[in-house]
Write a protein that binds this ligand. Structure first.
Ligand SMILES: [Zn+2]
Length: 403
C-alpha cells in the first residue's frame, strides 16, 4: 500500500509517492545488518586476542585491548538505543511533551523551539559526556560551554528550517537551508580551533628542540605547536587556522627520537591534506542529508507516521533524519574507518620518508607492540590501525628504502 501527503510543493506539483513498507523494511534491515556487523567484528576480536595470547602480555595490555572492546559495546548499545527510540516512537513522545498543557496554545515556532531544544540537548549529550570522560587537563566547563553553544546553533538552524519550509519554492528553500547549515559547520570548526589556541605552547627546551627544527623545516609556524594533558597527539585545521597538539604524557614517556617521529606523523597528515579530505566528505554527506529533508522527509506524511506522529510538525524532520543518519553511519562505518586507517598509514609513511621510521617504531613499541587487532575489528571500530600493523608497515617501508 502506498500513500503520500504533500507538505512542500513546487508550484502545486505533488510530491512523489512513498512506499511505507519498503522504508520500514529498509530501517529494520539496516538495524539488523549493523548489529550483525558489529557482533561479528567483536567476536572476531575476542577470537583474535585468544589466538594471539603471548606470554609477554601485561595487565595494562589487556586493559588497553578491553578499552577497544568497550568501543564495540558502545556501538552495539547505541544501535539498540536507536532501535528503541524508533520502535517506541520516542521522537513523537518528545513532541507531545513540547505541546502538552498550556504549551498547546503557543505559536508553532515556540513549541518547535521547545521540542528541538530538548531533542538536541539529549542527542548531543552522549558525545560531550564522552569528551568529558576522555580528556583530562581540558576544562570540563569549556566542553560543556561548547555543548550548550552547539545545541543553540542547532536549534537556530531548526527554526530556520521551519521558516523556509513554508516558502512555496522548494529548491530555493533547500538551497538556503543547506547553505546556512554549511556555514554553521564551518563556524563550529573555527570555534574548535579558537578554543585550542588557549592550549599552552610547547616549551622550547632541549628535549623538544628536534620537534621545533622539524616544524621550521616543514614551514609550520612553531607558535602553533601546543601541548595538552592528553595521551594523544593530533593535527587540527580549519579554513583560517591550523595547530598541532602533542600530549604532555607522550612527551614525558618518550625520548626525543620518538617525539620528533610523532611530530613527523602529524606533519604527514598536514602534507597529505587529510583534514581537508575528511571535512569535504563530511560536508557533502551533511548537505545530501539536508537536501533529503526537503525532497524525502518533509513531503512524506508516511515517514512521520512511521515515527509515531499523527500530524507533521516540520521540525520533527530533523530528529527523524538524526535517526536515519545514526543507522546509516554504522552501515558506512567500515568505509570511514578504512579511509581514516589509510590516512594513518600515509602519515606514518611520511614520517618514515623524513627519516623518523626508527623513532616511530620505538614509539609504537612503547605503546605496547603486543596490542593487536583482527582486521575486521579494525575496519568496523578503529579509526587507527593497531600498533602491531603500524610497526609492520613501517618495517616494510624501511626495508624498501634500504634495499
Ligand atoms: Zn594520525
Amino acid at each position: 500500500m502506498t500513500a503520500a501527503t504533500t507538505v512542500l510543493q513546487d508550484d502545486g506539483k505533488a510530491s512523489w509517492q512513498l512506499n511505507k513498507q519498503l522504508v520500514t523494511k529498509f530501517i529494520y534491515g539496516s538495524f539488523v545488518f549493523s548489529l550483525v556487523l558489529q557482533a561479528v567484528a567483536s567476536l572476531a576480536q575476542i577470537l583474535h586476542l585468544y589466538q594471539n595470547h603471548r606470554p609477554g602480555l601485561t595487565f595494562l595490555d589487556y586493559v588497553m585491548d578491553w578499552s577497544s572492546m568497550a568501543l564495540s559495546l558502545v556501538g552495539i548499545v547505541t544501535m539498540l538505543f536507536y532501535f528503541i527510540i524508533f520502535k517506541r516512537h520516542g521522537v513523537a513522545k518528545v513532541w507531545k511533551w513540547a505541546c502538552a498543557g498550556e504549551m498547546a496554545d503557543k505559536p508553532l515556532w515556540v513549541r518547535s523551539a521547545r521540542f528541538y531544544s530538548a531533542w538536541t540537548l539529549f542527542w548531543l549529550l552522549g558525545t560531550y559526556l564522552l569528551m568529558v570522560v576522555g580528556t583530562t587537563g581540558t576544562s570540563n566547563m569549556v566542553i560543556m560551554a561548547q555543548y550548550l553553544l552547539d545545541s543553540a546553533l542547532c536549534v537556530a538552524l531548526g527554526l530556520l528550517l521551519l521558516k523556509v519550509s513554508s516558502w512555496p519554492r522548494r529548491h530555493l528553500a533547500c538551497f538556503v537551508f543547506c547553505a546556512a547549515a554549511l556555514l554553521v559547520d564551518l563556524l563550529i570548526l573555527e570555534k574548535i580551533l579558537f578554543v585550542l589556541r588557549f592550549a599552552p605552547a610547547l616549551p622550547r627546551i632541549p628535549s623538544n628542540e628536534e620537534i621545533f627544527k622539524l616544524a621550521e623545516h616543514q614551514n609550520f609556524d612553531t607558535s602553533r605547536v601546543r601541548t595538552l594533558n592528553i595521551t594523544n597527539a593530533f593535527y587540527a585545521s580549519s579554513i583560517f587556522s591550523e595547530i598541532i597538539v602533542i600530549g604532555g604524557p607522550l612527551l614525558a614517556l618518550n625520548g626525543p627520537d620518538q617525539t620528533v617521529a610523532i611530530m613527523a606523523h602529524e606533519l604527514g597528515h598536514r602534507a597529505n591534506r587529510h583534514n581537508l579530505k575528511r571535512m569535504g566528505m563530511d560536508l557533502i554527506t551533511e548537505t545530501l542529508c539536508n537536501a533529503a529533508l526537503f525532497y524525502f522527509v518533509i513531503p512524506n506524511a508516511e515517514i512521520f507516521s512511521l515515527f509515531g506522529f499523527e500530524s507533521e510538525p516540520v521540525i520533527a524532520a530533523l530528529p527523524i533524519m538524526d535517526i536515519f543518519r545514526g543507522v546509516a553511519s554504522t552501515l558506512f562505518q567500515p568505509v570511514y574507518m578504512a579511509l581514516s586507517i589509510s590516512h594513518e598509514y600515509e602519515a606514518d609513511a611520511y614520517a618514515v620518508k623524513l627519516g623518523h621510521g626508527k623513532g616511530l617504531k620505538e614509539f609504537f613499541g612503547a605503546l605496547g607492540e603486543n596490542r593487536t587487532a583482527s582486521k575486521i575489528f579494525e575496519y568496523v571500530f578503529l579509526s587507527h590501525p593497531s600498533n602491531e600493523h603500524r610497526v609492520e608497515a613501517a618495517n616494510a617501508l624501511m626495508n624498501e628504502k634500504s634495499a
